[in-house]
Design a protein around this ligand. Structure first.
Ligand code: DGL
Length: 278
């Protein structure tokens, strides 16, 4: 358990793969003095197709790795792991609000900005079947009208580089035309891969529907939690060195490294680290 974390310690961020880099990018943009340690469990992705038990197990193991790396905070930058593993990570680490999931900040944001409106959510099968968005939003607004749609083709499509083209727009349009998402006022992008297709989704709706990219909402939440605990890194006059942003994956391939650059919007050096051998 981490006792007395210090501002100079890194923020640990994890996802099933490289999609969570959209959250890491939003955090580093908002908080450029923060060191980060990112872990992408590429050996086990996609989490969206796994059982809740398996995801819980992976999440705990990754949380241990990030604690071992002396992280002051753990951000679960994956909706599927936030749905299945957050409570277990919270209990296991004892880090209380220094464990951040991506669902609660998004739920708070929609209730604050779209109170009593019709909210749509698109996410992986596991996130949708957990019903987590409906539960968290209804907890804050008991008469909220939340409609969730599983969109399992989208994450692999993006990872394969299919976005901003005719094929991706056709798949996106076909999902968004489903009656479940009819008449919504706002749509939560409930998967950390989806910020890459936000423009295509917005194009489908025009100005009629607000498309919510939770990575920015989560980054703001991270900032306020660090402020509350006096844990914001003041930075040094020398700035951050390359070593202050580290990216680990459980299975390395060159194609992951190339795709990472698109998610993080800068060159990323991935290191293979196998936390599953013991
Ligand atoms: N990035 C994950 C999420 O936010 C989805 C990808 C996967 O299925 O592993 O839910």
């Amino acid at each position: 358990m981490i006792t007395f974390p210090k501002p100079i310690q890194p923020i640990g961020i994890f996802d099933s793969g490289i999609g969570g880099l959209t959250v890491a990018r939003a955090i580093t943009r908002l908080l450029p003095n923060e060191k980060i340690i990112y872990f992408g469990d590429t050996a086990h992705m996609p989490y969206g197709e796994k059982s809740a038990e398996a995801i819980k197990h992976y999440s705990l193991k990754i949380a241990e790795f990030l604690m071992f790396k002396n992280c002051k905070m753990i951000v679960i930058a994956c909706n599927t792991a936030s749905a299945a593993g957050y409570k277990a990570v919270l209990k296991h680490t004892g880090m209380k609000d220094l464990v951040v999931n991506v669902i609660d900040p998004a739920a708070e944001f929609v209730v604050k900005n779209y109170y009593r409106k019709k909210i749509g959510v698109i996410a992986t099968k596991r996130t949708v079947s957990s019903n987590v968005y409906s539960k968290r939003i209804s907890h804050l607004d008991p008469v909220a009208d939340v409609s969730q749609l599983a969109t399992p083709l989208l994450a692999p499509m993006i990872e394969e580089g299919f976005y901003n083209n005719k094929i991706s727009q056709t798949i996106i349009n076909s999902y968004l035309s489903k009656s479940k998402l009819g008449d919504i006022d706002a749509l939560i992008l409930g998967c950390t891969h989806y910020p890459l297709i936000k423009n295509e989704i917005q194009k489908f709706y025009g100005k009629k529907v607000a498309v919510i990219d939770s990575s920015e909402v989560v980054a703001n939440h991270v900032k306020s939690v660090l402020e509350k605990h006096n844990l914001l890194n003041p930075g040094s006059k020398f700035g951050l060195s390359k070593a202050d942003k580290q990216f680990f994956v459980s299975d390395y391939t060159q194609s992951f490294e190339e795709t990472s650059k698109i998610f993080f919007e800068e060159k990323v050096k991935l290191k293979q680290f196998n936390i599953w051998e013991d």
